[in-house]
Design a protein around this ligand. Structure first.
Ligand code: DX5
Ligand code: ZN
Length: 215
């Protein structure tokens, strides 16, 4: 079954504890935390202390999405704060192979993400090494944007490559995911759906998560 990762970017930060507990109780599989540095993307969000604080309050695996230019400077701190997954972008200048290795050495699962205009081909050399391939279906930086449908072709293309190579890499999709777009993403081969607005924007969290699974 597809996994659902609520993105806390759309949560009420004034009562983050309660928000996290609500999605855990409602059947979420992972908790997606968007870290932005105001450089890789034109926005700033949360950092290490928030990850550490959430870690103490939930048993959901923490899926930390690093939209930062130099993640090598921060991965150790994010690992120590309790991240279960650390995902970095291929569009940064850092040496990706080295970075993925370093994440694994910290005992954390590694993800690699591509922006909407970046080709799946850029992920290919690392597919065997990474645990998650994160396909952005909006320009990274803000929640609540409109889904870019071209990602569906990328999911299919990536699914094919993963099957062909007999790999276990999970395909995660992030941005503008809602009950209207989820079905097509799942049939194209997505394993994990990230959703901010479509979950935290609704009072009935259980209903919202169920709707994304299509049942
Ligand atoms: C965007 C973030 C997303 C965002 C998704 O840069 O990576 O995780 O929170 O929000 P929605 O689901 O509202 O598009
Ligand atoms: Zn994200």
């Amino acid at each position: 079954m597809v996994k659902i990762a609520p993105s806390i970017l759309a949560a009420d930060f004034g009562k983050l504890d309660e928000e996290v507990r609500s999605v855990e109780k409602a059947g979420a599989d992972l908790l997606h935390i968007d870290v932005m540095d105001g450089h890789f993307v034109p926005n700033i969000t949360v950092g290490v202390p928030i990850v550490a604080s959430i870690k103490g309050k939930t048993s959901l695996p923490l899926d930390v999405h690093l939209m930062v230019s130099s993640p090598e400077r921060f991965i150790k701190a994010f690992a120590e704060a309790g991240s279960d997954y650390l995902t970095v972008h291929v569009e940064i200048r850092s040496r990706l192979g080295k970075l993925i290795d370093a994440i694994h050495k910290l005992g954390v699962k590694a993800g690699l993400s591509i922006n909407p205009e970046t080709s799946v081909v850029r992920l290919e050399p690392f597919l065997k090494e990474i645990d998650i391939a994160l396909l952005m279906s909006v320009e990274p930086g803000f929640g609540g944007q409109v889904f870019i449908p071209e990602v569906i072709y990328k999911i299919r293309e990536l699914r094919e490559k993963i099957e062909r190579k007999n790999l276990t890499t999970s395909i995660e999709v992030d941005g503008g995911v809602n009950k209207e777009t989820a079905g097509e993403l799942i049939s194209a081969g997505a394993d994990i759906l990230v959703a901010g607005t479509a979950i935290f924007g609704r009072k009935n969290r259980r209903g919202a998560i169920k709707a994304l699974r299509g049942k």
